[in-house]
Design a protein around this ligand. Sequence first.
Ligand SMILES: NC(=O)c1ccc[n+]([C@@H]2O[C@H](COP(=O)([O-])OP(=O)(O)OC[C@H]3O[C@@H](n4cnc5c(N)ncnc54)[C@H](OP(=O)(O)O)[C@@H]3O)[C@@H](O)[C@H]2O)c1
Length: 299
Amino acid sequence: MNADFDALRPERPLKFLTYGCASLGGNPDNFQDEVRVARSAMEHGLWFHASQEYNCAFWILRRAFDEDPANKPPLFIKVRCDHAATIEFDVEDALSRLNVECVEIAQLCRSRHDRRRIVADFLNHGEMWQVCERLKSQGKVGRFVLEVFSLFSADALQGVENGLFPAYITYLNLGQREMNNPLFEVIHQKRAPIFSLRSVYGGNFDPEKIKVLRARDPKHDIIQKYDVLEPIFRESGCADWVEFSFSFLNSCPNVLSTISGTSKFQRLQELVKAEASARPLPSALSLRIQNLHRQWLKQ
Ligand SMILES: NC(=O)c1ccc[n+]([C@@H]2O[C@H](COP(=O)([O-])OP(=O)(O)OC[C@H]3O[C@@H](n4cnc5c(N)ncnc54)[C@H](OP(=O)(O)O)[C@@H]3O)[C@@H](O)[C@H]2O)c1
């Protein structure tokens, strides 16, 4: 783990699994069940990843936090990084709606999905950098991290080379790596910390889902990825694809934590169990997966 992030809540250090809240709040009929899922994630000591844009996830979280205020989790919140005003608004809005004093991590993202502006601003200590520094000094945000998509890897590359952010957050799982090859190599070389999104690739490699998709669309991108990963899965000895997913992420030395979501109580327990039983893959296997990612990004 990373001492810099652990220090944000020493009594509740960052775990390898972070609970993602995007599936919460979609259906009011499930309100109580979902509050129970959120409370269970709190009891497991997980950090939470959430956003104002996720359905009505904040309703579920607010109720869960009100029911067990002593056990509020450390939070990861998405904020729009187009202007100083949007950064400040999204942070203050999250604090007030969730009734918390701070968020441990704010993820600079959204809107245009173009990071040039924030990277240039941070390099020049502009108004967005200043508002971020102020929010940190007020104790409202612990760290600001940059969201990366492969199309905008060049901006992140500048961030990594200039040490602008303490970590980067991106889709990284068996089926996806949203960093272009040059960025991935530099991140790897510099051991820049990463938060990985979508630990189990949205459940797409679940063998039952694969069977259905194969019958409908055998040439689908997901089927092609599954078929080349499947021999590696068999060699890995992992019990299932969930454990295989966590084992792969465990093999990536700079991944601090991986964000996975569910609105189902049982599935949350499976994710917690898989995270606990996962071990890094033998390096030959994880290199084969990384080579597949390189090839997929070239296509
Ligand atoms: N740009 C961003 O910041 C960004 C983008 C995407 C995601 N996220 C974050 O990452 C979190 C996770 O993303 P995600 O939900 O897309 O990906 P994920 O964690 O890889 O997959 C979770 C999804 O897969 C299903 N699932 C989980 N385990 C399964 C299993 N064993 N078999 C079959 N299906 C399974 C879940 O369905 P059920 O709900 O039915 O269990 C859920 O819809 C989100 O909650 C959000 O916090 C952030």
